[in-house]
Design a protein around this ligand. Structure first.
Ligand code: SAH
Length: 383
């Protein structure tokens, strides 16, 4: 992101006597500055005409951002020099500043720590595979869901990210790939997973708008296939139903982690509000409406949720439904006494699910050594 230009907001001169500024990192309150990725194309046209520019400037700016991944006025040679700065200040304010980058897997896994306009910290992870590039993005700074095995859940919620702050994480990854900064030659972002920090369904409007921006074709958006986008949720049932009604072809992932309410009440505390059967009913409705297979996320935690009888119970809940299970060997998080299942327990869990006819994969633990794997994103400025 471009740290150079300060947001235009700073230039506003207040007639009020100066109030003491809180000495916290998150001292600047309020919303992130408005960005063109917050707006659909019609609203972008309105915004540029409000600046006294012809409406087609909205398309030009959108092509720069969504098609060429640039937000620098100097790169916009198709815009009159006299208008560039004003348009960029109004519609392409800097949102996220890269604070730290960590890589592993010979540079093909790359985690970025971002600082927002108010000091809020979030992380995104780029993962390049032979056949695809997945961006794992954050939808909130922190998370309010308090799952005890997840590092993000331990810190609580700071705030929702704006639509443009979510999109900007993907655009930043696309830019790195386009200029060949990720080993493997120039490439594109093919997949986006909302599996970074935050509960996407608790920031519903901004997340759905971000999905539209990511998947609408250039210049409206980035042109990533809807089928290559996965939204992961702890199971906020009304939001799942709402998402089904959006008629988007995105994959829904449900973080189940236990097939029984007694255990799930503790592992995913929101289960006290919406029980396993309600969450799965909403998921099957989603599958019926969209035709998309549901991804059931299940972190295997040694001697906590990895017993053979739980595999059988899970298998019996899922059999006959449009679902597959993604087993995630638990990634270590600071202060947690839990650890990943023994290999034999994991194998038996897989075998029993398969015996129920349920498709199952074991997720790789990419990014573990840079605390970039599932559940490890904690966004500390200093490790
Ligand atoms: N809040 C959403 C989005 C986060 S997705 C959700 O919970 O679905 C991150 C995925 O990683 C979720 O399935 C989450 O439960 C899982 N996860 C969290 N902590 C983990 C850990 N320590 N090891 C493995 N998976 C973990």
């Amino acid at each position: 992101m471009s740290p150079a230009r300060p947001p235009a907001r700073d230039a506003v001169v207040s007639a009020q006597p100066a109030r003491p500024v809180p000495l916290t990192l998150a001292g600047r309150r309020g919303r992130p500055p408005r960005h063109l990725a917050d707006l659909d194309l019609a609203a972008r046209r309105e915004a540029v005409t409000g600046l006294g520019e012809p409406p087609f400037r909205a398309v030009q700016l959108s092509r720069h951002f969504f098609g060429r991944y640039t937000e620098h006025p100097d790169d916009m040679s198709d815009l009159p020099r006299t208008s560039r700065a004003a348009l960029a200040d109004a519609l392409l304010p800097p949102l996220l500043t890269a604070e730290r980058e960590l890589s592993c897997d010979e540079g093909t896994t790359r985690k970025t720590l971002w600082r927002g306009f108010d000091g809020a910290l979030v992380e995104s992870v780029l993962m390049r595979y032979p056949d695809r590039v997945t961006m794992c993005v954050s939808s909130q700074a922190g998370c309010g869901m308090a799952c005890p095995f997840c590092a993000t859940g331990q810190a609580g919620l700071t705030r929702n990210l704006s639509t443009a702050e979510i999109v900007a994480q993907v655009v930043a990854g696309a830019r790195l790939l386009a200029v060949g900064q990720i080993p493997g030659g120039p490439g594109r972002v093919s997949n986006v997973v909302f599996m970074g920090m935050g509960e996407p369904m608790a920031n519903y409007a901004n997340v759905v708008a971000a999905v539209r921006r990511l998947t609408d074709p250039v210049p409206e958006g980035m042109g990533i296939s809807q089928r290559s986008v996965t939204v992961s949720t702890v199971g906020l049932v009304p939001a799942i139903s709402r998402l089904a009604a959006e008629r988007l072809s995105v994959t829904l992932a449900v973080s189940l982690h236990a097939p029984d309410d007694k255990l799930r009440d503790t592992l995913v505390p929101v289960n006290r509000r919406w029980k396993v059967d309600e969450v799965l009913t909403a998921a099957w409705d989603y599958a019926a409406v969209t035709g998309r297979r549901i991804s059931i996320e299940y972190a295997l935690i040694r001697d906590v949720n990895d017993q053979a009888w739980r595999a059988d119970l899970l298998g019996s809940l899922l059999t006959g439904h449009l679902a597959h299970v993604n087993l995630i060997p638990l990634n270590p998080t600071p202060g947690s006494k839990w650890t990943a299942s023994r290999p034999a327990a994991q194998r038996e869990f897989v075998r029993r699910l398969e015996a129920h006819g349920v498709p199952v994969t074991v997720r790789d633990t990419r990014g573990r050594e840079i605390d970039g794997a599932c559940g490890q994103l904690a966004a500390q400025a200093r490790p």
